[in-house]
Structures are given as structure tokens and as C-alpha cells.
Write a protein that binds this ligand. Structure first.
Ligand SMILES: Nc1nc2c(c(=O)[nH]1)N[C@H]1C(S)=C(S)[C@@H](COP(=O)(O)OP(=O)(O)OC[C@H]3O[C@@H](n4cnc5c(=O)[nH]c(N)nc54)[C@H](O)[C@@H]3O)O[C@H]1N2
Ligand SMILES: Nc1nc2c(c(=O)[nH]1)N[C@H]1C(S)=C(S)[C@@H](COP(=O)(O)OP(=O)(O)OC[C@H]3O[C@@H](n4cnc5c(=O)[nH]c(N)nc54)[C@H](O)[C@@H]3O)O[C@H]1N2
Ligand SMILES: [Mo]
Length: 768
């Protein structure tokens, strides 16, 4: 093996290499036949077809396996007899059933530096991890280690820290309720609340805004509400790619008479029309048209847009009180109305229209539609949550719903569409750096110990602590911390500073390659794998985007006999770390996951008779005060909030850049190189730009540019992107993450939620 001196430091960013762009035409229709072909291709190429198709048939079925893709709910009643899966769910399964093996021989052939030269797409194709691996100081290659030694090493390092607050325990959103509960219990028995998670980068802004206004950080709608609603607003979300099963719900809503308004800088195919692959006859036609109005808002123009609509509604309401607003609801169920209305008066409609980039005529049309409807659902995702002012934008959306009495009644409410399949459940289980006192009290009573009450680091603070040498051990329960987080090179410095980095993972990713002085990779079972413990086969449970908790059971033989479940890995680390200083019988918990669920029932409200209820095939709903309309966390009344809009003018040579997902990726996992719906093939290093901006900048299709981001006098650069003319508002740009993360400054995050501003990066371009 070569020594460290001859080996450069592994790369934190994928190499800036082009793969051969082919341009097509952006699509007007989502799913259809190409989706079916793409599903079959991924399953056939990446899995042994028997295993692949067998799993697809059980995906999202009652008592089946929860799709490791997104958190969109499954129908409570009838489920398609073919399968409740989508093209991208199939890709997620294919990824997990990868035929390859990243085994000890693979790691001995490839040094960590050599692996870092691969693209993220290539890294992801190296197969499932097989055995625990360790990288000691000075090593260039990972080598195998036994589970016992790995746990001992972690335990010893954690015990030797000056304070438990020098360790960070990250969670991604695939971790089951059972594993998440054990994990946070271990971390709190160890003595810290340093539990950052992917939610910090995702829907944190929604959680903050909804808790403040409706008393619960979750959405209020059920899937059935889509079938009786009159109007659906979809802001900052690309469901055709990221929540494809949502399109079936939108289609059903349309068939039942609902209208849809989409608010998005890009014309996304999945918001235009949809041919349901579950209904073969639809494949022949042009599909169901979805959006009745499409507002191509400027990036981060949603707050002025919402204010403009509210202002128009208020004008109508003033001339005929009660004709637009639900005055009964406002007076019985809310507070803060007067102050809110007073604040709206001072905005100038024309100025708001300019700021959001939508014509007065379009704003008036959409406002008239909103005025005429009583049951409205608002859906949103990352296009709303990843800006500096995200929390107030979402709070303004809640204001709009409150004015219309469109919350806590059938067919209406808030719908933040969650990302990872169990990100919501992980939070319910206590994966949170700022736990409430009541949560901690119940945990303490259940387990008879004193939990730390001081709040811990969220994702941004965790990175800063590592970079500053204040945190020394990083443990990741799933995820790809390096590539998912902002400011890639800064985060890399933080991880490299650590004495120990540990990743519990299914597949190789770049976070394993940019490592602490000692590094461990602990390979775990995935969703589709059979999990056998002392008492026999186990199932786990998850909570979807609408608060339904249900079971998920993998049935396939795991790809290696050495894999452990996340639950048993947590228990192994906990025992080695806490030794006798624990009130939990970890072996007993893991021997039968019913024991973990019994503990959850005692510690967390809403899980009465958990073991019984979780065995109901369709699962059960958790209580939701906003859905029930009692807003009890807020003295019974939902809150109108005053959200000031301040224009943030851009210099003429600057642009606002959003980093988004292609159709062929799941976050940092790159399934393929196409973005089919946007007509972009075989290339990820692209920059979508308005044609007239291109002319002004004297740029042409195919030109290559470096992107520089500008923040408080600091400049960061992402190299080599190909310009593509695209239908996008002026001064707005789009590219893909994780490549763009190097541009997102560590200190640029949403007020109050600290979510990195991945959708509003101020940049300039340099032709190369
Ligand atoms: N196949 C697949 N499924 C996934 C994922 C995946 O990567 N792949 N990721 C999962 C996760 S963790 C999440 S959080 C979700 C993400 O789901 P999305 O939020 O749909 O994902 P993004 O690609 O970030 O898309 C953001 C959308 O918002 C728009 N947008 C950007 N900025 C603005 C703005 O300022 N205003 C408005 N109105 N719109 C804006 C973009 O044009 C884009 O359509 O998907 C989940 N599901
Ligand atoms: N610029 C920019 N950055 C973003 C975003 C953006 O829109 N723009 N989106 C943000 C969002 S919404 C999110 S949620 C985060 C995502 O951040 P993360 O959740 O940290 O990232 P993922 O890419 O989902 O993690 C993928 C890795 O998880 C591991 N894995 C997969 N399945 C399992 C499993 O069952 N168990 C375990 N233990 N490991 C598993 C695999 O090793 C895989 O490599 O990224 C954020 N970063
Ligand atoms: Mo997410």
C-alpha cells in the first residue's frame, strides 16, 4: 500500500468533468410510457430481476415494504392491484438491490483518494457495502474490522471526550421509528442533544412556521382531502420527479372538479399534465391536464406574490364583507387578524407584482379563483423552504388559508410535502437538537435518567463546530453529510478535523472518502432486506407526510451475512459507550422490536397500543391539532402573523441561483445522468438560463462558465457548467445539487430555521 505522503487529499467535490450533453425538448406530460420503460430498465440493469420485481410488487402495499423513496402517503382504502410504486420508487429500490459488492477486496484495490476521483454517479454504482471497514491515521485504504472492535473503538473515543457535546449524531430521513427512537435515547443517555438531521436542510422552515401559526410543525391534510378539495396551490415543488405518486392524487382531485394553481419559476412537466402508468388506457391519450394556472414566479418571489393575492382579496372583501373571507372562522378560531390586515394595507400592488414577476392580470385571475373557493389545500416543498425569508413566506401562506377558513375542515389545509420516507417519523421519535421540555420529561420518566436539556447543534452549527475543532466525533445514521450540506469545502474541513467519523450506510458515498483522522463505515440492512433478530423476523414502522404510522417489512435475503440492522448497530454503540451507566436493556430492546415500540408508547404521546395499532394493515393516524381545529398548543387559536416583505435588489450582473434535483437522482444518490422531463440528457454540469439574459451577457448555448457566489464579501466558485437556454424568469438560474453546494455559504441560511439557502444563491458568471 502506498503511504499517505504520496497520496493527495481525497476530493470533497466530484471532479468537474463533462459527460456529453444531449439536448431534447422539455416535456409537457409526466409519466406515461417512458416512465414504465425507465422503471423496467433500472430494475433489469441493476438488480437480479427476480428480486427487483418481487420487491416492486410489495412496495407500499398494506403489510408490504415502505418505498424508500419519498414520504407521499399510500391510499388508506383501495390500493392498486398492480403496485403502488412509481418510476422513481423503482429506481430507489434498484439502487438498494444493486448487484455489485463493495466488499473488502474492493476497498483493498482502491485507495480512498482514487475513489474520490470518481463522479458521484460512479461511486453509487459500486454496490452494497458488505463488512465494517476502518481507516486508521496514515492509511490510504479502508480495511475490514470486526463489529466488536468497531463498537469498542467508538465507545472508547466517545468516553474519552472532554464533554458529550464534542460529539455529533446526524440522522438522514430513512431511519425507521424504532432505530431513531433508540438512537436519540442512546445519545441523550450519553449526555448531549447534538442531533442534527436532514430536516434541518429540508422542511425545518415549514416546521418553524407551522408550529408558530397552527401549533403543530406538521401538515394538516389527509390524502382524502385531495379528493374533495376545490383548489390546490402547489408552490416550489416538482412532484413529477420527487413525489410522482402525488400526481395520481392530483389527477383524482381534477376529476372531482378541483382546480390547480402552480407557482414555480420552471414549467415542470409533472405540473402540466399526467398520464397514469397504473391505467394502461391512459398511456394512449395525452393524459389529464393538471395546472389551470401556472405562475412562473421569480426565484424567492413567493412572499410578494402571496401578499399581492391577499391584497386583491382584501380589496374585494372590503367592498362586500364576508364575500371572500371566512369571518366566522377568523373570529372563532384565530387571533392576530386586525394587525395582519393593517400590515397588508401599506403594500403597493404594482410593486408587489414587479417583485414577484407576475403580471397584474394573472395575479387578478388567480386571486379571483381563490376568492371563489372555500376549500383550499396549499402544498409546498423545497422551493419555499430554502431561502433567507422562508419561514415568513410559509407563514404568509398560512395567513392566506386562515383568511379563507381553509384549515381544519375536509378538503382544506396545509400540506408541506416531506422528502425522505421517514423524515417526519424521525422527528416524532425525538431526532431533534431542540427537544421540548415535555418530551424530555417523558423520556426521563420512562427510562429513569436525567437527560441533557441544553439545546444541541443543528446541521449548520454542527459543521461550524467541527470546523472550529469544538466537535471531534461525527456519527452519521445514514445520509451523505458532506455532499448534502452547504459549503462543501468548509464542511470537508470540518470532517477532516474530526478525530473520528463514523457512517452507518447501505452504499458507498463521498462522506466516507472525506473523513476524520480515524474513519469507520458500518454497513447496515436496507428497507428491502429481511431483518432477523433473536425472537425472529422483525418489521419496523415509519410515519408518512400525512402523519400515518404503518409497518414496513423487508423480505429479501440481505446482500451480505455481515450486515446489521440500524437498531442493532445503535445498541452495539450504546453498550460499548455507556457500559454500566445506562438504564436501558439494549439487548432486550433489539431482541424483539415490539419492546422498542412498547417504550415508544410510554415515552411519546399518540402511540397508544402501538404494537396492536401498527399491525393494522393500513396503519393509524397520529393526533394532529391543526387537522382537528383545536390549535391547543396556541390557547386554542391559530395565529395570523405579520410578515414584512423587503425587496432585495440584484445588481445587473448578478443572478439568483436555485439548486434543484434532476429526474435521475435521490438527493446525493445519482441514479443516472438524465433529466428527462426537462429535456436534458447525459450531463449534470448544466446551467439553465433565460435567453435574453444570455444575450445581455453575450453567452451562447453550449458556452462554459464558472459560477461565483457572492456573500458578505466572500466568493466561492463552482467550475465548469454548460449554459442551456431555458424558460426561466430573468435573472434566475438553475443547476443541480450536490454539484452546486460548494456555492452555498455556510452563513447563508433561513432566519429562525437555519436552513441553508440552497434555492437563493447570489452568483455571477465567468465565461471559460
Ligand atoms: N426521485 C426523487 N424523489 C425525491 C427526492 C429526490 O432527490 N429524488 N428527494 C426527496 C427529498 S429529501 C425532498 S425534500 C423532496 C424535494 O422535492 P422538491 O422540493 O420538489 O425538490 P427540488 O428539486 O428541490 O425542487 C424544488 C422545486 O421548487 C422550484 N423552486 C425553486 N425555487 C423556487 C422559488 O423560489 N419559488 C417557487 N415557487 N418555486 C421554486 C423548482 O423550480 C423546483 O420545481 O423530494 C423527495 N423525493
Ligand atoms: N444545494 C442543495 N442541497 C441540499 C438540498 C437542495 O435542494 N439543494 N436538499 C436538502 C435536503 S431536502 C435533504 S433531505 C438533504 C439530504 O441529505 P441526506 O439525507 O444526508 O442525503 P442522502 O443523499 O439522502 O443520503 C444518501 C445516503 O444514505 C445512505 N442510505 C440509504 N438508505 C439507507 C438506509 O436505509 N440506512 C442507512 N443507514 N443509510 C442509508 C446511503 O449510503 C446513501 O449514500 O440534502 C439537502 N441538501
Ligand atoms: Mo429533503
Amino acid at each position: 500500500m502506498t503511504s499517505k505522503e504520496t497520496h493527495p487529499i481525497p476530493l470533497a467535490q466530484p471532479p468537474a468533468k463533462f459527460t456529453g450533453l444531449k439536448l431534447g425538448v422539455p416535456k409537457q406530460l409526466a409519466a406515461g410510457m417512458p416512465a414504465i420503460l425507465s422503471t423496467a430498465k433500472h430494475i433489469l440493469e441493476e438488480t437480479e430481476p427476480g428480486r427487483g420485481f418481487k420487491t416492486l410488487l410489495r412496495l407500499n402495499q398494506k403489510k408490504g415494504v415502505d418505498c424508500p423513496g419519498c414520504a407521499w402517503p399510500d391510499p388508506d382504502g383501495h390500493r392498486s392491484t398492480i403496485a403502488e410504486y412509481c418510476e422513481n420508487g423503482a429506481k430507489a429500490v434498484a439502487e438498494e438491490l444493486d448487484k455489485g459488492k463493495a466488499d473488502a477486496a474492493f476497498f483493498s484495490k482502491n485507495s480512498v483518494y482514487e475513489l474520490s476521483l470518481y463522479s458521484d454517479y460512479e461511486i453509487g454504482k459500486k454496490g452494497r457495502l458488505q463488512v465494517p471497514m476502518i481507516l486508521l491515521p496514515g492509511d490510504t485504504h479502508y480495511s475490514p474490522i470486526s463489529w466488536t472492535d468497531a463498537f469498542e473503538l467508538i465507545g472508547q473515543r466517545l468516553r474519552n471526550l472532554d464533554s458529550p457535546d464534542e460529539a455529533i449524531f446526524y440522522t438522514s430521513g430513512r431511519t425507521s421509528n424504532e432505530a431513531a427512537f433508540l438512537y436519540q435515547l442512546f445519545v441523550r443517555q450519553y449526555g448531549t442533544n447534538n442531533l442534527p438531521d436532514c430536516s434541518n436542510m429540508c422542511h425545518e422552515s415549514s416546521g418553524v412556521a407551522l408550529t408558530e401559526t397552527t401549533g403543530i410543525g406538521k401538515g394538516s391534510v389527509k390524502l382524502e382531502d385531495f379528493y374533495e378539495t376545490e383548489l390546490i396551490l402547489i408552490l416550489g415543488q416538482n412532484p413529477g420527479t420527487n413525489h410522482p405518486r402525488m400526481l395520481s392524487a392530483l389527477q383524482k382531485a381534477k376529476k372531482n372538479g378541483a382546480q390547480i394553481v402552480s407557482i414555480n419559476p420552471l414549467k415542470e412537466a409533472g405540473l402540466i399534465s399526467f398520464a397514469n402508468p397504473q391505467h394502461p388506457l391512459e398511456m394512449l391519450g395525452s393524459g389529464t391536464s393538471l395546472s389551470d394556472h401556472y405562475l412562473q414566479v421569480k426565484i424567492n418571489g413567493d412572499l410578494p406574490l402571496l401578499k399581492a393575492i391577499i391584497k386583491i382579496l382584501y380589496e374585494k372583501e372590503k367592498s362586500n364583507p364576508g364575500s371572500v373571507f371566512d369571518l366566522n372562522f377568523i373570529s372563532n378560531k384565530t387571533k392576530g387578524y386586525e394587525a395582519f390586515i393593517a400590515s397588508i394595507e401599506k403594500y403597493d400592488l404594482e410593486e408587489l407584482a414587479v417583485e414577484c414577476g407576475i403580471s397584474m392580470a394573472d395575479l387578478r385571475e388567480v386571486a379571483a379563483l381563490v376568492a371563489s373557493k372555500k376549500k383550499i389545500i396549499a402544498c409546498w416543498a423545497m422551493g419555499l423552504t430554502q431561502h433567507k425569508n422562508s419561514v415568513i413566506t410559509i407563514a404568509e401562506l398560512v395567513n392566506l388559508l386562515l383568511l379563507k377558513g381553509s384549515i381544519a375542515k375536509p378538503g382544506a389545509g396545509t400540506c408541506p410535502v416531506r422528502g425522505h420516507s421517514n423524515v417526519q417519523g424521525d422527528r416524532t421519535m425525538g431526532i431533534y437538537e431542540k427537544p421540548s421540555v415535555s418530551f424530555l420529561n417523558r423520556l426521563e420518566q420512562t427510562f429513569n435518567f436525567k437527560a441533557p436539556h441544553k439545546h444541541g447543534y443543528d446541521t449548520v452549527d454542527a459543521i461550524k463546530a467541527m470546523q472550529a475543532g469544538k466537535a471531534k466525533v461525527f456519527i452519521g445514521m445514514g445520509g451523505n453529510f458532506l455532499s448534502a450540506t452547504p459549503d462543501t469545502e468548509f464542511t470537508a474541513e470540518g470532517l477532516r478535523n474530526c478525530d473520528l467519523t463514523v457512517h452507518v450506510s447501505t452504499k458507498l458515498n463521498r462522506s466516507h472518502l472525506v473523513h476524520g483522522k480515524t474513519a469507520l463505515i458500518l454497513p447496515c440492512l436496507g428497507r428491502t432486506d429481511k431483518d432477523i433478530q433473536e425472537s425472529g423476523p422483525q418489521f419496523v414502522s415509519v410515519e408518512n407526510s400525512m402523519g400515518v404510522v404503518h409497518s414496513s417489512e423487508g423480505k429479501l435475503t440481505p446482500p451480505s451475512e455481515f450486515l446489521k440492522s440500524e437498531c442493532s448497530i445503535v445498541a452495539g454503540i450504546a453498550k460499548a459507550t455507556l457500559q454500566n451507566n445506562t438504564t436501558v436493556n439494549w439487548d432486550n430492546m433489539v431482541s424483539n422490536y415490539d419492546h422498542i415500540r412498547d417504550a415508544i408508547e410510554k415515552a411519546i404521546p399518540g402511540f397508544d397500543n402501538y404494537n396492536e395499532q401498527v399491525r393494522i394493515p393500513e396503519g393509524f393516524y397520529l393526533p394532529n391539532c391543526a387537522r382537528e381545529g383545536n390549535f391547543n398548543a396556541l390557547d386554542g387559536l391559530a395565529l395570523f402573523t405579520v410578515n414584512e416583505f423587503e425587496a432585495m435588489p440584484l445588481d445587473a450582473d448578478k443572478f439568483i441561483l436555485m439548486s434543484i434535483r434532476t429526474h435521475d437522482q435521490f438527493n446525493t444518490t445519482i441514479y443516472g445522468l438524465h433529466d428527462r422531463y426537462r429535456g436534458i440528457y447525459n450531463e449534470r454540469r448544466v446551467l439553465l438560463m433565460n435567453k435574453s439574459d444570455m444575450e445581455e451577457q453575450q453567452l451562447h448555448e453550449g458556452d462554459k462558465v464558472n459560477i461565483h457566489s457572492h456573500f458578505m464579501g466572500e466568493i466561492r466558485t463552482a467550475e465548469k457548467f454548460i449554459i442551456i437556454p431555458y424558460n426561466i424568469p430573468k435573472q434566475c438560474l438553475a443547476t443541480y445539487f450536490p454539484e452546486a453546494n460548494v456555492l452555498v455559504p455556510i452563513n447563508s441560511y433561513a432566519d429562525r430555521s437555519q436552513t441553508p439557502t440552497s434555492k437563493s444563491v447570489i452568483v455571477s458568471l465567468e465565461k471559460v
